[in-house]
Design a protein around this ligand. Structure first.
Ligand code: F6P
Length: 376
């Protein structure tokens, strides 16, 4: 009996999603005669039973297209906003999985999607996942698709900012995506020759950053480029947030609702203040160095447009490996990139983990060797 596959894309979109859908779909249909149905807008489409048949015609012409033809959302199966309140829709998902007579659900997404898929697996569904995110922070895979494309876009932006920073003798602080992991800022910062790179893994000292810019100035370089991850924090802010997180945990343990509400409100206020931390940093650097500063926030530009050749290749090889694993009946795994190949990794080893930049990573070592300031 030919297998029936359901497939969805969830979380923030990223270049290479369509290449992955095409890889899974073409191999599943062409090599194994399986039937493939897509669910629209992530887990929400599975709840609302909104589908798209994936066949030779819908899978054609999408390799180079950015975004996802299925649409996506950040909805979680167990906490889905429905008519003004959050509801656990797991039962509805299970019912729709059975209604479509599925043998497996393929979930393509980042860290949140790995967690949601693992949860559905614990409810008895067969699931298999693929790793996508421009942040490159999914655990247990060498790399995620979307990262290479975003790296190229952010690097080109830094290249272009050089000439304007140089002409005006300015500091330009360029904010790169990545709330919890600094892969993109670090990679693009090194590739684009940023003078300062600030990432969430290394809380920075603004005086150290200012001094490195002044040292460049004294050596005749009157401009500087600072590449910063959106989640990078000063030492003081990182310590305050850590303390607030601990206070929330303590209040949870004590079971004191008033203390918990107070601690949560304090943490939320600190996190909100972080939203404009890049602009604040530019202002501080201007005051400390007396050099004019500007801010560029790359934002969602980094997620848009056609995938790079490397991402098309990665998404296609992980997608076809996914179809092979389904044919073998291997479920409950992430199809991880390992060297030139693919390797199934149990979702229990992936869900709830995040791959951040190790402090002794070769990229960090190289950045330091060429004199890049990392803010510490
Ligand atoms: O999930 C990847 C990511 O690109 C993060 O780097 C970024 O913080 C986030 O998505 C923003 O996503 P959205 O604006 O879609 O919520």
């Amino acid at each position: 009996m030919a297998k029936h596959i359901g497939i969805l894309t969830a979380g923030g979109d990223s270049p290479g999603l369509n290449a992955a859908l095409r890889g899974v779909g073409k191999a599943a249909i062409g090599a194994y005669g399986m039937q493939v149905v897509g669910f629209r807008d992530g887990f929400r489409g599975l709840v609302e039973n909104r589908t798209m048949r994936l066949d030779g015609s819908t899978l054609s012409g999408i390799l180079t297209v950015g975004g996802t033809i299925l649409g996506t959302s950040r909805d979680k199966p167990h906490r889905m906003p429905m008519g003004g309140q959050e509801m656990d829709m797991t039962d509805v998902i299970i019912a729709n999985y059975q209604k479509h007579n599925l043998d497996v659900l393929v979930c393509i997404g980042g860290g949140g999607t790995q967690k949601n898929a693992y949860r559905l697996m614990q409810y008895g569904l067969n699931v298999i996942t693929l790793p996508k995110t421009i942040d490159n922070d999914v655990a247990m895979t060498d790399v995620t698709f979307g990262f290479d494309t975003a790296l190229g876009i952010a690097t080109e932006a830094i290249d272009r900012l050089h000439s304007t920073a140089h002409s005006h003798h300015r500091i330009i602080v360029v904010e790169v995506m990545g709330h919890n992991a600094g892969w993109l800022a670090l990679g693009a910062g090194i590739a684009g020759g940023a003078d300062v790179i600030l990432i969430p893994e290394i809380p920075y000292d603004v005086n150290v950053v200012a001094e490195s810019i002044l040292a460049r100035y004294r050596s005749g370089k009157a401009f500087s480029i600072v590449a910063i991850s959106e989640g990078a924090m000063s030492r003081e802010d990182a310590a305050a947030i850590q303390e607030a997180q601990q206070a929330v945990k303590k209040a949870e343990k004590k079971g004191d609702p008033d203390k918990l509400a107070e601690a949560q409100a304090h943490l939320a206020a600190l996190e909100t203040a972080q939203l404009d931390s890049t602009v604040r940093l530019a202002r501080q650097l201007e005051q400390l160095t007396r050099l004019e500063s500007r801010v560029t926030i790359l934002g969602h530009l980094q997620r848009g447009g056609t995938p790079s050749a490397a991402d098309r290749l990665l998404a296609t090889r992980l997608g076809t490996a996914c179809a092979d694993l389904i044919a073998q009946g291997v479920y409950g795994v992430l199809v991880a990139a390992r060297g030139d190949g693919a390797e199934p990794v149990p979702l229990s080893e992936v869900a709830g983990k995040r791959k951040t930049v190790p402090l002794d990573h070769p990229w960090i070592e190289s950045a330091r060797r060429i004199g890049t300031c990392l803010g510490d």
